[in-house]
Design a binder for this molecule. Structure first.
Ligand SMILES: [Zn+2]
Length: 182
C-alpha cells in the first residue's frame, strides 16, 4: 500500500474517486475474475444492449445517476473496445458485488429476480463483435451453472412479457447465442 500511495502521490487521508486511475507497481496484466455469491435470488438472466456506440460501467453509472437511480442498473457490462477497456471485457458493477436487485427491466418484476447483463453497442445498427459474444456466452454459462438457471429463463429484454422495447436490438443473433448455452 505504501508504494501505491507513493507512486500515485496520494495523501493517505485522501479518499479515492470512482474511476480514478491508479498505477500499481510490478502488477501483472489485468485478469478476468468472475465473483459468484451464494444466493437463492437469481432465477433469470436478462440480456440488454446499451443502444449507444460506446460506453462503460462507469459511464452508465454516471448516466443512470443523472436519471436519479442510485448506481448503474446492470450487474455486468461487456465492453466493445471503444471506452478504454478491451473488446469483450466483462465489467462487474458495484450492484453485483453488493448483490443488489437490478434496475434494468421493470417488466414482469425482473429487477428482483433477474441478473442484468448489458453489451455495449447498438445492435439495431451493427453486429455484436465476436469477442463480446464469446464473453457473453462464457458469462451466461458460468452464471447459469452456479445459480441453476434454466435455459428458458435466459431472455433478451424484448422477450420479457410486458416489456416494450427492441433491446438487445434486431441484429442480435439470438438463436446463435442460445445454441452456445450449455
Ligand atoms: Zn434492455
Amino acid at each position: 500500500m505504501a508504494s501505491i500511495i507513493n507512486v500515485n502521490r496520494l495523501k493517505d487521508t485522501q479518499p479515492l474517486e470512482m474511476g480514478q486511475i491508479l498505477n500499481i507497481p510490478s502488477a501483472s496484466s489485468p485478469q478476468q475474475v468472475l465473483s459468484l455469491f451464494p444466493s437463492g435470488r437469481w432465477k433469470y438472466i436478462i440480456v440488454h444492449h446499451s443502444a449507444t456506440q460506446e460506453g462503460s460501467s462507469l459511464q452508465f453509472h454516471r448516466h443512470h445517476q443523472e436519471k436519479g437511480w442510485d448506481s448503474v442498473g446492470y450487474h455486468f457490462v461487456i465492453d466493445n473496445g471503444k471506452s478504454g477497456k478491451p473488446d469483450g471485457f466483462i465489467e462487474i458493477t458495484p450492484r453485483w458485488l453488493k448483490q443488489q436487485h437490478g434496475a434494468h427491466c421493470k417488466a414482469s418484476d425482473m429487477n428482483t429476480v433477474g441478473i442484468g447483463i448489458c453489451l455495449v453497442g447498438n445492435f439495431n445498427e451493427r453486429e455484436v463483435s465476436p469477442a463480446q459474444m464469446n464473453a457473453l456466452v462464457y458469462l451466461v454459462n458460468e452464471l447459469r451453472r452456479y445459480y441453476k438457471i434454466p435455459k428458458n429463463n435466459i431472455l433478451g429484454h424484448r422477450h420479457v412479457p410486458g416489456s416494450k422495447t427492441d433491446c438487445p436490438g434486431n441484429r442480435f443473433p439470438w438463436d446463435k447465442f442460445k445454441r452456445q448455452i450449455q
